[in-house]
Unconditional design. Structure first.
Length: 808
């Protein structure tokens, strides 16, 4: 009897693994911005059926009626008109739309005014029954069609419930997500083909699409779709292309024509880039269901068909959905286990698992789907952008997704090997574009210092050297003609001879000087093991941010700021205000954050930074200041989430700043600020993140906040925060367990650290190292309370890049 009952605890982990954590995911978090009903200023997230790091993201494409402020990059918008249901999307990105390709659209009439070449004549409002869950999306259109979709890795299944009357599925190969206003960054269609097989039961073909954020050349996507039952009729069509695309033959000044039906089983664009597609008609006077599966591939029609057939073996849509749920639970959600007892705050459960969900929609694991070169095992796309995810998202992948992550890092190195540079942004099989530094360097350094296995670091270091030493060619991208912004570090022509990015010869001089410094510190970290002779050189360069530091420049009572410096060496202080950045755009002195914000982003040498800002007390006073309301002098506009502090949690450069009190041994203040930011800006609501989620970057910041630790990128160091749950089991590094427990959380506002134990030992530092608990697992025990206690007495977190240059 005794023996029998002692077996029970062994069964517990098994039961836990089968728990359906996906039920806590709210897939709409981030779909809306501050203006109710509109996407603008929101997370720009994808809503639909997808797998962790999957290739296909099956969901709707919409057009928001208020085009001047629409942001349709994720496809879904709260009230936008549906123009199609397509196979590929980005998630969370704020730049020009990419994808929204390989679509279907259910229509109940083709009569005038419908012109199937003009989506504005058939687009549909959603009238209700909209729902989404992991792997699933469904809604009802004004024309009476209800539809549901389920996502698999390279394929999707669609179920359309038509009302009585005519029933059509339109396949427009030339469909893609357009840009809001129309610009040189628009996507474009570069031709395609479609073939109807088996009397319309199956169709195959390809479309080529370029442009968007990465400014890519055309990339070919093959597709293979079929229907559960053959349609009554199927017809291909073609029509002249009237999209205004440079260097392409088209009729851009003409109105959109009507399609031509030529009764051919195959239509192909040809040299005039004609639009092609097909209409499938399911004639039946009564209501009925039409089901379809579509597979996609970058290699061939055969592969697209094989994905469809192998990944979606059943016509029951729920089989695909439950397959998705199983995969997400197994590969993602079950890796963080907290109590789901009824006493647990459900909102926090939703925030936890939804945050994990949004971090796994991008990048895309395209292994086996590389059309560019043959001999790589690992191939990844949709780094949109590394500028966003290097700060704390990838450190999460390192711990929780070591297999995927090693493949991702190898994929970055393979891109360098075959294309000359690792990407900072990449989509559509094309590097582009670089917002600041060459931040893949930071990913490699972070992986290196934490000992990610399975990487050839000889090659990894070579890839980083390329970024550090070779000026990328200029593609004359109209958003910044001054230097190459496709890949690499465009302003190396300043950086190498001058030791800073100059304000007269280069754009984004302040932010790039600071980011390039961090990139060179990344080289230091890898050089320590791979090329010791290079360490001094890059350590020296990693301190180049000091070259633009004006020690006597004063603003709002604070002395010492980064200041624009001319190539002649002079500081240019005329009209300079470090709390302003123009529009924080490509042509400005700093990108997507003010110099004031960037001045806090020197994680490798906080020691010098604190000295430069006037020592501990002045540094603390300055931190206190940037978290105070109404200190921001830069208007963030409608995209600003109502933030009036200088510190802007809605944008990535400031991610680590709320934790910088750690460097003063005032961890309680970091907890106070970061917790308040989490509470104020992250919600279980459609307007639930403070700005573009940026491929899950914002979600990952918040996730670390909830777990009670924060990684210092490029160092094997984690800052100790304060967890939101009293017991968290995390499966890290493959199959080790890190358990984080906390007492005291039952009382409101009782989240300040009173004491910490790591692996059972009392801990007096506010940080720990990777090998302490993140490699083999371990325990962190928090005693929490309402007192803002100065509990830490040990060393402040390290400044491994500490280096003082002669003052300029
Ligand atoms: C469109 O957005 C602008 C900017 O927020 C707003 O002022 C205007 O009222 C909106 N128009 C409509 C029709 O929603
Ligand atoms: C939603 O679905 C229900 C049940 O399937 C149906 O009765 C209803 O008409 C649908 N449409 C709307 C707009 O609610
Ligand atoms: C819809 O039609 C407009 C006007 O022709 C076009 O600009 C846009 O690219 C089309 N596609 C979508 C998905 O909106
Ligand atoms: C369409 O093509 C089929 C087979 O090639 C032929 O039998 C049929 O008559 C054609 N229909 C029209 C309207 O041309
Ligand atoms: C029409 O729909 C009805 C009801 O769903 C079904 O029984 C019948 O087989 C369909 N007929 C055809 C020709 O598809
Ligand atoms: C899938 O299952 C859900 C509930 O489990 C149900 O509401 C829905 O109608 C099902 N969809 C299909 C296409 O079977
Ligand atoms: C964490 O794991 C321990 C040891 O297996 C177990 O006792 C505890 O209940 C788990 N906690 C949660 C929240 O799953
Ligand atoms: C649950 O957590 C949310 C967000 O963290 C908080 O706003 C809410 O007050 C909590 N609810 C309860 C009942 O404690
Ligand atoms: C690492 O890459 C280098 C350069 O391509 C190659 O010479 C070496 O054999 C590789 N090392 C391993 C262990 O594969
Ligand atoms: C650091 O770099 C500067 C600029 O290249 C150079 O003048 C200086 O000698 C270097 N310092 C050391 C210690 O190498
Ligand atoms: C501030 O420092 C710069 C560079 O060190 C120097 O050129 C300038 O004269 C100084 N200005 C004042 C007001 O001290
Ligand atoms: C998990 O642990 C087992 C044995 O301890 C080991 O053989 C296996 O490789 C580990 N798996 C991973 C993914 O690390």
């Amino acid at each position: 009897m005794l023996a029998k009952s002692s077996l029970l605890p062994l069964l517990a982990p098994l039961v836990a693994a089968q728990h359906d954590w996906s039920q806590y995911v709210n897939p709409f978090i981030g779909g809306e911005g501050p203006i109710p009903g509109q996407a603008f200023g929101g997370g720009d997230i994808f809503v639909g059926g997808a797998r962790p790091f999957g290739v296909a993201k099956v969901g709707i494409d919409t057009w928001e009626t208020n085009v001047s402020i629409s942001t349709i990059n994720g496809g879904w918008t709260p009230k936008g008109l549906v123009t199609g249901i397509s196979m590929m999307h980005e998630s969370g990105t704020g730049g020009p739309a990419k994808y929204g390709i390989i679509s279907q659209m259910p229509l109940t009439t083709l009569d005038a005014p419908v012109n199937i070449l003009d989506n504005r004549t058939y687009w549909q409002e959603r009238v209700g029954n909209e729902s989404a869950s992991v792997g699933y999306y469904g809604a009802e259109l004004k024309n009476g069609v209800s539809f549901q979709v389920g996502g698999a890795r390279h394929s999707g299944i669609m179920q359309y419930d038509f009302p009585a009357g005519d029933k059509y599925i339109l396949v427009d190969v030339s469909h893609f997500l357009p840009n809001e206003g129309g610009s040189n960054e628009d996507q474009y269609y570069a031709g395609g083909a479609i073939e109807i097989e088996s009397r319309g039961k199956q169709y195959t073909g390809w479309g080529a699409y370029g442009g968007g954020f990465s400014n890519s050349g055309p990339s070919t996507t093959y597709f293979c779709g079929d229907f559960e039952q053959a349609p009554a009729e199927a017809h291909t069509f073609r029509g002249r292309n009237t999209a205004p695309v440079q260097r392409q033959h088209n009729l851009a000044s003409n109105t959109i024509p009507h399609p031509t039906f030529r009764n051919r089983s195959r239509e192909e664009s040809g040299p005039l880039t004609d639009r092609v597609g097909a209409v499938f008609a399911f004639s039946n006077s009564t209501a009925r269901t039409v089901k379809s599966r579509v597979g996609i591939s970058f290699i061939s029609v055969e592969k697209a068909c094989a994905y469809k057939n192998q990944e979606i073996r059943s016509w029951n849509l729920n089989d695909t959905v439950s397959g998705a749920v199983k995969e997400w639970n197994q590969d993602v959600f079950s890796k963080i286990q907290v109590s789901t007892a009824p006493t647990v705050n459900r909102t926090n459960l939703v925030l936890l698992y939804s945050s994990m969900y949004f971090m796994h929609l991008m990048p895309s694991d395209r292994t086996g789907e590389n059309p560019l070169w043959e001999d790589s095992k690992d191939y990844w796309d949709d780094f949109y952008a590394i500028w966003d995810i290097f700060r704390c998202t990838v450190s999460f992948y390192h711990l929780f997704q070591p297999t995927y992550y090693a493949s991702m890092v190898r994929g970055l190195i393979e891109i360098w090997k075959y294309e000359g540079f690792m990407p900072d942004g990449r989509s559509g099989n094309y590097n582009g574009i670089v917002q600041g530094g060459s931040n893949a360097d930071n990913i490699l350094a972070d992986a290196y210092v934490k000992g990610l296995p399975g990487i050839n670091w000889t090659e990894g270091y070579q890839a980083m050297l390329q970024d550090a030493e070779v000026i990328p060619f200029n593609t004359f991208n109209p958003i910044d003609l001054t230097n190459g912004i496709q890949q690499g570090r465009g302003a190396l022509y300043d950086w190498i001879p001058l030791g800073f990015v100059s304000a007269d010869k280069s754009t984004r001089a302040i932010s790039r000087t600071i980011e390039y410094s961090a990139n060179d510190f990344s080289l230091v970290q890898v050089a320590k093991g791979e090329a010791p002779q290079d360490v001094q050189k890059y350590l020296n360069r990693s301190a180049n941010w000091q070259n633009i530091w004006a020690h006597n420049f004063t603003h709002k009572g604070f002395t010492g700021f980064p200041v624009p410096r001319l190539s002649t060496g002079e500081f240019n202080v005329s009209d300079y205000n470090p709390a302003l950045c123009g529009g924080c755009e490509w042509q400005d002195i700093s990108y997507e954050a003010t110099p004031f914000e960037y001045s806090f982003t020197v994680p490798h040498d906080m020691q010098s930074l604190i000295e430069f800002m006037g020592g501990n007390d002045e540094f603390e006073r300055r931190l206190d200041y940037i978290f105070q309301p109404n200190t921001s002098e830069q208007s963030l506009g409608a995209n600003g989430a109502g933030i009036t502090t200088i510190m802007n949690i809605g944008n990535e450069p400031d991610f680590a700043t709320p934790y910088e009190y750690h460097y003063l041994n005032k961890q309680a203040k970091s907890v106070n600020i970061s917790r308040a930011l989490g509470n104020e800006f992250f919600h279980d609501a459609t307007y639930g993140v403070p700005g573009n989620s940026d491929a899950g970057a914002l979600n990952s910041w918040f996730l670390w906040q909830m777990l009670g630790v924060y990684p210092v990128v490029t160092q094997p160091v984690y800052l100790i925060g304060s967890p939101w749950f009293s017991d968290i089991n995390m499966t890290i590094n493959g199959n080790n367990t890190l358990r984080v427990t906390a007492t005291g959380l039952d009382n409101a506002n009782s989240y300040f650290v009173q004491s910490v134990k790591i692996n059972g030992q009392a801990w007096n530092k506010n940080w720990f190292e990777h090998n302490d608990v993140m490699k083999n697992g371990g325990t962190i025990e928090f005693e929490l309370g309402s007192e803002m206690k100065a509990w830490e007495t040990g060393d402040v977190p390290p400044s491994p890049g500490h280096y003082e240059k002669p003052r300029p």
